[in-house]
Design a protein. Structure first.
Ligand SMILES: [Zn+2]
Ligand SMILES: [Zn+2]
Length: 874
């Protein structure tokens, strides 16, 4: 190894990049020159991959010294970069729609809050000056009012609950608070935020480290000892006990609240009796089945607290959603929520771009994923400059493919090491890896990150300059959560790269609808009878120690619907009826039942038939029968918690699904044939010459085939090899639905033609629904029949919740059916394709079980216009 002094010129170059050079030296490895500074390898390590091509001529450094400039977020100019991108001949063709979000100054609280001196001092020490919305939220909480805070990412939501919680503990050190997070990753972040209130916080890394891992923590605030801890799956037994006995603040997740805390509430009496606040963070995650479970868990929590004489105040935090108050009420069963939704935190100027990849010669659009890699390698992370970028994909598969393509592209360009500036991030990463990625990001060792929506939640990520999304992330709530990652320290640029998908292309045609779009509503269904039955059994167990519960109690907490479940539990002898002079009440029947059996997992729907999922002989989950048919047939690719599995076989006899972990680049879509029967009409709305109904239906599902789909490639039809026939009780379920009965006149249309039109209308409806309601594509399904016996033999189209008992989607669609119909007409009418079968920009979808065969867009449009009230057509 030969050492060489750095020349004056090089030192000067380095200095212009703000790199301090003390006694710099170069060394060579395999003929390539690298350098390090005299006072350590830290900076050298950070820089050498970017300090490219240093040439040497017999020991004297002369040279073509080029250093890639990393643009600090504070210096980033969004409009400048966008102009440059537009001039790039490869990229500029994409159609752009731009919205500017102007710079916004902070508005600080003017009122003084009745806080303890200790908290006031601590806030000052941390340099926190409360924004107006924070002060308003804190004021409500201090007054004992339930609050829901629905503001964007990074608007300082955690202060809104940490302040009242810690204030209550200072006033009375026996006070307790429960923080519930939908995912584990979030709790550790929160520990650090609580700890920053401590008396000895000097803002240094050294003491901060104490709070970066572990489960049980203490700190002094105003001289008073405060204990807090994480109570979740991996928390060791001995620490669990300490947390139960000593903590003021317990951080947990819904699963642990259900399995660990409520089930064994007798061990938690100290904590629950003193519970002053319940904080639910990221409540927009609580939707569908998971959200419906959560709503019932919270109701149980409230009742146990009530029995112990506690009435905690709820502080709920959410991304911006369409119905924050309604969702808060549904989730907690409490009525009196104050909404805080005015964000008064400062923002820099930001530009949001709707980006439609250009059409190729074959008439197909360039893949969003390819375009993302183009943007990254051509303009964002190049050998000339590096713009700090965060990119999102909707699935782990798209993230993985994007990263692979990125690596290939840098290799082709001959820029070594560049892919190492970008990392992948998915929810399956172990905590150490996550920590490592974030500290590398903060330390400037990496400059880009591509991840799934796991990055959307409240994890602390340093400010980025550019946000990219592979496709529309599925909801405007997500767009704003993701876009919120840029524009705090400096300006921000966001680019949503659209797929060739009907809803996304609808936005390309009507960009104003995208930019002006109100966030979607979140729906849950705490009245789902299947869920209700389980939670009622848990509830009766939990209340048995407090003298049991009466019918009235059940009605007030779970609604009238629960009484039927009560009768069912009584018939099954799960519960016992007692009677004394003043009242009739129920208790759990411990003599013939194990209460633990009632506690089923809450991430999936439940049914009378639950299957165990086994991977290499190890149990990895439990799933309901309906989901097995839909998502876990033999050959299906199943994704859970970001891991990918292939179903090997299904054993109906022993109720076991055997899977193996795989790493495939295709996904599967089952092609079930559903037969629908109307059970009960509950509501009716008039359309033109026809009606739409909401009610209960029964679905009989036959699953014989599925599709294997490679993104961007062809789909292959495969036969499902069930080892034994599907038991009858498994392929039938009842759920909520809405249905259109078409007028008599359509009965005369040729059957084939009519079916194709009904098929096209079904597609349009399914495409448009996620525009107003936050749902996953699997959550809602359609069906149609040209002759429906229960509708007087008329043609009927159904939309139904794809889960037994329903999750509130069909109901929510029924309420806004006029807007949905209007958008369906717009979707079809605005597409320029001439063919009757439509195209991927209007009614063809990748999820179609018939692979978009037999669609009749013209007749569909005619029918839609004839049944939709005239004022909505244009
Ligand atoms: Zn079209
Ligand atoms: Zn279809």
């Amino acid at each position: 190894m030969k050492k060489v002094q750095l020349s004056e010129t090089i030192v000067r170059i380095l200095e212009t990049y703000g790199i301090e050079v003390l006694t710099p030296q170069f060394f060579a490895i395999e003929g390539r020159w690298h350098w390090f500074t005299g006072h350590g390898h830290k900076d050298a390590f950070r820089l050498w991959p970017t300090a490219a091509q240093i040439l040497s001529d017999r020991g004297s450094l002369a040279v073509n010294f080029k250093l890639t400039k990393v643009i600090p977020p504070s210096e980033f100019k969004a409009a400048q970069l966008l102009e440059k991108i537009k001039r790039n001949s490869k990229l500029g063709e994409a159609i752009l729609h731009i919205k500017e979000y102007p710079k916004k100054d902070a508005s600080y609280a003017s009122k003084s809050l009745p806080l303890t001196d200790e908290i006031v001092v601590s806030l000052k020490r941390q340099g926190i000056k409360l924004y107006e919305h924070q002060a308003n939220a804190i004021e409500c909480a201090l007054k004992g009012r339930n609050v829901v805070i629905a503001t964007p990412t990074a608007s300082g939501k955690t202060v809104c609950f940490n302040v009242p919680v810690l204030d209550a503990i200072i006033r009375d050190t026996s006070s307790c608070a429960l923080y519930v997070y939908p995912t584990k990753a979030l709790a550790q972040d929160q520990i650090r935020k609580i700890a920053s209130f401590r008396d000895d916080n000097k803002g240094d890394d050294v003491t901060d480290k104490q709070y970066s891992s572990g489960y049980y923590f203490t700190m002094k605030l105003g001289g008073k000892q405060i204990a807090f801890g994480k109570y979740e799956g991996p928390t060791p037994q001995d620490i669990r006990k300490v947390i139960r006995e000593r903590c003021n603040i317990v951080l947990t997740n819904p699963d642990e609240l259900h399995f660990g805390i409520l089930r064994f509430n007798q061990l938690w009496t100290r904590f629950l009796k003193n519970l002053k606040y319940v904080v639910l963070d990221e409540i927009h995650i609580y939707k569908g089945i998971f959200g419906s479970h959560m709503a019932l868990i919270i109701r149980r929590l409230r009742k146990v607290c009530e029995a112990l004489g506690a009435r905690p105040v709820f502080i709920l935090c959410s991304a911006t959603i369409g119905n924050p108050i309604e969702h808060a009420k549904n989730l907690t069963g409490c009525d009196d929520f104050v909404l805080i939704d005015k964000d008064s935190s400062p923002k820099k100027k930001r530009l949001l771009v709707l980006w439609n990849p250009p059409l190729k010669e074959d008439g197909k659009r360039v893949e969003a994923l390819t375009n993302l890699v183009d943007l990254l390698t051509e303009e964002l992370i190049t050998s000339n400059q590096i713009v700090k970028t965060i990119a999102f994909g909707r699935s782990r598969l798209s993230v993985k493919l994007a990263y692979k393509l990125l690596e290939d592209r840098y290799r082709q360009k001959g820029i070594r090491n560049f892919a190492s500036f970008v990392r992948e991030y998915t929810a399956t990463l172990p905590p150490e890896r996550r920590e490592e990625i974030f500290s590398a990001l903060a330390g400037g060792k990496i400059h880009g990150i591509i991840g799934t929506n796991a990055l959307e939640l409240g994890v602390d990520i340093p400010d980025m300059s550019c946000y990219l999304s592979i496709g529309y992330p599925g909801s405007i709530t997500s767009v704003h959560q993701q876009f919120g990652r840029v524009g705090r320290v400096g300006e921000g640029l966001g680019i949503v790269i659209l797929h060739d998908d009907p809803l996304e292309q609808y936005f390309a045609r009507f960009p104003k609808e995208f930019f002006d779009k109100k966030p979607e509503d979140i729906t849950i269904n705490p009245k789902n009878p299947v869920l209700l039955r389980m939670h009622l059994a848990c509830y009766i167990h939990e209340m048995s120690a407090y003298g049991g519960i009466s019918e009235d109690d059940i009605k007030t907490i779970f609604g009238e619907e629960a009484i039927e479940c009560l009768r069912k539990l009584e018939r099954e002898q799960k519960i016992l009826r007692y009677e004394d002079k003043s009242r009739v009440y129920w208790k759990f029947n411990y003599s013939s039942n194990d209460f633990s059996q009632e506690y089923l997992p809450i991430r999936n729907p439940i049914s009378n038939v639950n299957f165990t999922i086994n991977c290499d002989g190890e149990k990895i989950g439990i799933i309901d029968g309906a989901s097995v048919l839909r998502d876990l047939h033999p050959g299906a690719i199943w994704i859970d918690n970001d891991r990918q599995y292939e179903v090997v076989n299904v054993d109906f006899m022993n109720k076991v699904v055997n899977v193996r972990e795989v790493d495939f680049e295709y996904y599967t879509v089952a092609a079930p044939k559903d037969k629908v029967r109307i059970l009960q009409k509950k509501q009716q709305k008039m359309l033109r010459r026809t009606s739409v109904y909401f009610g209960l239906i029964s679905v009989r599902r036959e699953v014989k085939e599925y599709w294997k789909i490679v993104p961007g490639g062809e789909a292959e039809r495969e036969e499902i090899k069930w080892s034994t026939p599907i038991p009858e009780d498994l392929c039938t379920f009842n759920t909520e639905a809405l249905w259109f009965v078409l007028p008599n006149q359509y009965k005369t249309i040729m059957n084939q033609e009519l079916e194709s039109a009904l098929h096209a209308i079904e597609h349009a409806l399914l495409i448009i629904i996620p525009k107003s309601i936050n749902c996953d594509p699997n959550d809602i399904k359609g069906a149609y029949t040209p002759v429906c016996p229960e509708s007087g033999g008329n043609p009927t189209i159904f939309l139904f919740d794809n889960y037994p008992g329903g999750i509130g989607l069909a109901k929510s669609c029924f309420q806004r059916i006029h807007n949905i119909l209007r958008d369906c007409i717009r979707l079809i009418e605005s597409c320029k394709c001439r063919e009757n079968e439509g195209c991927p920009s209007c009614i063809q979808t990748s999820r179609c079980e018939k692979r978009n065969k037999n669609l009749n867009k013209k007749l569909a449009l005619k029918i839609l216009k004839e049944v939709t009230p005239r004022r909505l057509c244009f």
